[in-house]
Design a binder for this molecule. Structure first.
Ligand code: PLP
Length: 403
């Protein structure tokens, strides 16, 4: 839906001076486009949506309805996937620390667990030994160097004895199926992707095992406005560019195989990034030693982007505007660095609404209960307003304290 002053003033009247807007229609489009671009080249492809990036239940439900998997990293996210009705076979549990009791419960229902460490392996070995006639779906998070300058702390070094030990266990225990080999690297530049694929394909050659799924994790750029693209020092690839590199390498490797492994990605940001806007109201305008400071109801903590100027639009909402230069938009908190946008030049007035785009990833889920509870989330993408999340209240924040 295209925003205008009428829509925004209606929403402000009903839901308050700050809120998020979710675009679930765009999310569906993103999911289907990513799926299409990869499947076109390598047909055995699927997506496990990274819940942590933005776990709005409606979004997770869409993934499930479109046939995608849930990629979870905690008991809380696992519970969410179950609550939404995701089949355990479609849940992949990653992450460095997992509660042993929940792990057992999850594995017994057929979920996949990617082992992250030798210590986790010991817990899983114990669980697996309890029911010899149950088949457990186990994966391994693989750690290797993709020359991105990061020494990742996740997974098991594929050149270590520990990896050999865990692999041997998945091969020798009669009731364990090595369903998944997984990796994830955070850097989104396409340059690092061939090394990921190569690392995984060389690994399966070396160990002589092709698991049901080869999961390359997330770490793809999503869609963004040109004003945002320009602020990255690197080229921003499209879905089809990643597909051309990754899916082509898979097709080449497995084209003559009957039982081809499923290629899996775990995108978060690439799917949800452009599906949320944050809307706040201008509350004060002041000048400090020549610098104009505009405070808005909202915070950098709401959008979670820092050291970058996000795509911004100002909507004139009634008061007489004046032209300002090099304005910093600052948030409601008392942190000096709570700046949403630096050096804006344009017309502004108190009461105007500021709309910031591209804040769907790691925003809502990373907003602390610092100073104010969080604002509501509304979905207007299909015309009517759907309240996705109510604005938080005093009670939501203080519920767990004993007064
Ligand atoms: C294991 C794993 N998979 C997927 C993701 C999602 O990454 P992104 O939001 O970059 O797509 C992450 C993010 O940290 C991750 O750790």
């Amino acid at each position: 839906m295209k925003l205008d002053v009428n829509i925004l003033s209606g929403l402000r009247r009903e839901y308050g001076e700050a809120f998020y807007l979710l675009d679930s229609v765009q999310f569906k489009k993103n999911f289907l486009e990513l799926k299409y671009e990869f499947s076109k080249i390598y047909s055995d492809f699927n997506i496990a949506y990274s819940y942590k990036t933005n776990y709005i239940p409606q979004i997770c439900r869409i993934v499930n309805e479109l046939g995608g998997y849930a990629e979870v990293v905690s008991e809380m996210e696992t519970e969410l996937a179950f609550k939404i009705g995701v089949e355990p076979q479609k849940i992949i549990w990653n992450g460095p620390i997992k509660n042993p009791q929940v792990l057992q419960w999850f594995l017994e229902r057929g979920g996949t667990v990617n082992i992250d460490s030798i210590d986790e392996y010991k817990i899983i070995k114990e669980i697996v030994s309890k029911h010899s006639n149950h088949i457990y779906n186990i994966g391994i998070r693989c750690n290797f160097d993709v020359n991105d300058g990061v020494l990742s702390r996740f997974g098991i070094d594929i050149d270590s004895e520990e990896f050999q030990e865990v692999l041997a266990f998945t091969q020798n225990a009669a009731n364990v199926k090595l369903i998944n080999l997984q990796c994830h690297f955070a850097k989104r530049q396409i340059d690092y992707w061939p090394a990921r694929v190569k690392g995984m394909l060389e690994l399966i050659d070396r160990i002589g095992v092709i698991p049901e799924r080869i999961d390359l994790g997330g770490g793809l750029f999503g869609k963004m406005e040109d004003s945002l693209k320009k602020q990255f020092r690197t080229n921003i690839p499209e879905y089809k560019d990643y597909a051309k590199v990754v899916a082509t390498m898979f097709e080449k490797k497995f084209k003559n195989l009957n039982n081809r492994p499923e290629l899996m990605l775990e995108p978060g940001s690439a799917l949800i990034g452009d599906c949320m806007k944050f809307v706040g109201t201008i509350k004060t305008i002041k000048s400090i030693r020549g610098k104009t400071i505009v405070s808005v109801l909202g915070s950098q903590k709401n959008i979670s982007m820092s050291n970058i100027n996000p795509p911004i639009q100002i909507f004139a909402m009634g008061n007489t505007q004046h032209k300002f230069e090099n304005v910093d938009f600052v948030g409601f908190t008392c942190i000096e660095s709570d700046i949403l946008y630096r050096n804006y030049t344009g017309n502004l007035a108190i009461g105007d609404m500021m709309v910031i785009s591209n804040c769907g990833s790691y925003s809502l889920v990373m907003k602390p209960p610092f100073i104010l509870p969080n604002f509501p989330v509304l979905d207007v993408s299909e015309g009517d307003v759907e309240v996705i999340k109510n604005g938080e209240t005093f009670k939501d924040i203080f519920n767990t304290f004993n007064f």
